[in-house]
Design a protein around this ligand. Structure first.
Ligand code: PLP
Length: 402
């Protein structure tokens, strides 16, 4: 253990993450067995294909699939499994990608599933050389539209499970699988953030994809589980377009360790601890004028609740986004608190309790109280137009590295 926090050595702010498992914040706190596995394997030589064989067994055991392998990320796994549906195990075709002339190269996906998880999902599909065929409208899709979109050139049907997607009006999973399979098309499920490791395979998915660095607390990696010929064809892409998405031995070993740790984690105790944080914040926040806090279950049914904090800018004298920005950019050397703000223009944000170290819940509370008290007593209300905030954030990205 280094005596000084690596964040101070690198002059990084000691952020407190109540945002969730965000790539932009370093994903999650890796669990100790994953950290140990990464440290143990980094100085060793191994036969990577054998390490991936061990990963296949670990993934098969965890997900109830025939086989599996580890990729650089879930986004890479989308590209590589789509590639697999186009090339199969033909090594010549694998080296020819992303040229897909003459191959089945269309991927059907519901329009309401075409999300952006930090990058556009449709781009992860297109990177393989495949063409995206959107099904239905942004807020409504039906099985007959899916059936009509499938033709002789369809390589795969992609189904996304995420809080990012449209949450109603989509083709239900069972119907999606039935329609695709009726036409002989394999179903790939992007379940990057879903705690449920088994049900998609059990309910008919041919391939299901997870992120190792999200709820599992592994190092940055992607997990592919599914039918053996397809998993093999995806793994074989490592000799083609997969090279640029290379996962190292540390990613594979860490993902295996994280899967093992997940199987023995005391999930009830974790949930109870998180509930304690939510109750603490809820009771205090609701004493403030213009703040309405409530406990909000995860939209896709993960066993996880967040605090939803609604801000009435008139009564609180600060908008939801000005409050989020104030928490993230303290003026007096306090710790930055990063809230979950992807819907903040609707005047609410969330506090996600999943990535807190013991004691940080109290700091989050102190910072909220300080900023709300400050807003209450300020001479003028803090009401930045939302468009100004949006433009400022884009401009800031374009200034990097300055
Ligand atoms: C996070 C996420 C991804 C990307 O996962 P990475 O492993 O970070 O590449 C893909 N799809 C969904 C739905 C996600 O939430």
């Amino acid at each position: 253990m280094a005596t000084m926090d690596i964040r101070s050595r690198y002059a990084l702010r000691p952020v407190i993450n109540v945002s969730g498992t965000m790539t932009s914040l370093g994903a999650s706190m890796a669990v100790a067995p994953a950290v140990d596995a990464v440290a143990e394997i980094l100085p060793q030589f191994v036969e990577i294909d054998d390490l991936q064989r061990r990963a296949s067994a670990a993934i098969a055991a965890a997900c109830g699939s025939e086989a599996g392998y580890v990729t650089a990320s879930c986004s890479a796994a989308i590209t590589l499994t789509i590639a697999a549906t186009m090339t199969g195990d033909d090594l010549g075709l694998i080296e020819r990608l992303p040229d897909t002339r003459g191959l089945k190269n269309e991927v059907v996906v519901q329009t309401g599933h075409l999300v952006n998880y930090g990058a556009p999902l449709d781009q992860a599909i297109r990177l393989s050389g495949a063409k995206v065929v959107p099904v239905g409208a942004a807020t409504e899709a039906h099985g007959y539209q899916l059936a009509a979109a499938i033709n002789d050139a369809t390589a795969a049907a992609l189904f996304v499970v995420s809080h990012h997607t449209q949450q109603y009006g989509m083709v239900p999973f069972e119907e999606f699988v039935a329609v695709a399979h009726d036409k002989g098309v394999p179903v790939i499920v992007d379940a990057a953030s879903e705690y449920d490791l088994t049900s998609f395979i059990r309910r008919g998915a041919d391939i299901v994809l997870y992120s190792a660095h999200k709820f599992l607390g592994g190092p940055t990696a992607g997990i592919v589980a599914g039918r053996k010929p397809l998993v093999r064809a995806a793994w074989l892409q490592n000799g083609g377009i997969g090279r640029g998405f290379k996962v190292g031995k540390e990613g594979i070993a860490g993902a295996i360790a994280a899967l093992h740790a997940w199987a023995t984690r005391d999930h009830a105790a974790v949930r109870a601890r998180e509930r304690g944080y939510l109750d603490l914040w809820l009771a205090t926040l609701n004493t403030f004028n213009g703040i309405r806090a409530s406990i909000d279950p995860d939209p896709t049914g993960n066993p996880l609740d967040r605090l939803k904090v609604h801000v009435d800018a008139g009564a609180a004298r600060i908008t939801a986004w000005d409050l989020v920005d104030a928490l993230a950019n303290p003026r007096n050397g306090e710790r930055p608190v990063i809230a979950r703000d992807h819907e903040v223009e609707q005047h609410f944000f969330f506090l996600d309790p999943c990535n807190l170290k013991p004691g940080e819940e109290a700091v989050v509370m102190e910072r909220l109280v300080a900023e709300l008290t400050d807003a209450r007593h300020a001479d003028t209300p803090r009401v930045t137009p939302f468009a100004t905030r949006d433009a400022r954030r884009t401009a800031s990205r374009l200034r990097w590295p300055d």
